[in-house]
Unconditional design. Sequence first.
Length: 274
Amino acid sequence: MRITLLGTGTPIVQGMSCASAILVETGATRIVVDAGRGVVTQLIAAGTHPRDVDLVLITHHHHDHISSLGELLMTAWHNGRTAPMRVYGPSGTRAIVTGLFEHVFARDIAFARFTEPDMPHIEDVVQTQDVPWGVVRDGISAQPVDHGHSLGISRDDWPCLGYRIETDDRVLAISGDAVSCAGLDTLARDADVLVQCCYLAEAEITTAAFRQLADHVIACSGEVGKIAARNHVKRLVLTHVRPKSDEMMQALLDDVRRDFGEVVVGRELMVLEI
């Protein structure tokens, strides 16, 4: 299994950082997990054409995880994808894709079909399915994760998933945006690699708003090492890190390493072989 971090950033833009997106290659199957800012450009930089993506997994519907979903799907279709490209995500994903095709890109699609009538219908190529949790398809499972739910947001209104991708002898867990919870433990258990959000260093949590984020919305450096350790993860890769100084980044790593030593901070186009 080969993993390429296409985007490791957050809604806060810094330099040329891209937002959440991961390419996972298992044999001949290419999977993109989330499609945040810059995903098409990053796929090309990683040596994979968007038309060669087979599956798209969406964790949740914050804009930094889906803002380039339409670009990814349209680029694949315009560049010759004819085999089904399957999109899975929490409740509401299918409605989002339908909205993209019937409203946002409706004129583009109609123009392309008028000028190139032999093009397949995009709805025949892009096949979208909402998934609650459990087995998504062979080797891929999803679990509900906590991303603000303990503040009183219902899972019906705000469904959020993490994913576990398994081959015969390797396991990758992807947290999505989450704090410590039972679903995340199920995903991470005995994983070879856990790609885990880690937004703040403990030293940054100096306001009530940041405390609320760390406790209820998105895992921070005091928590993620504990998640990896109790689930016997082999390697921890941090992503979705809020922009910070080099000194604060080192503080974040020090926090995590107090609980779990085998950790790296992800960066754009980092490649991991497991």
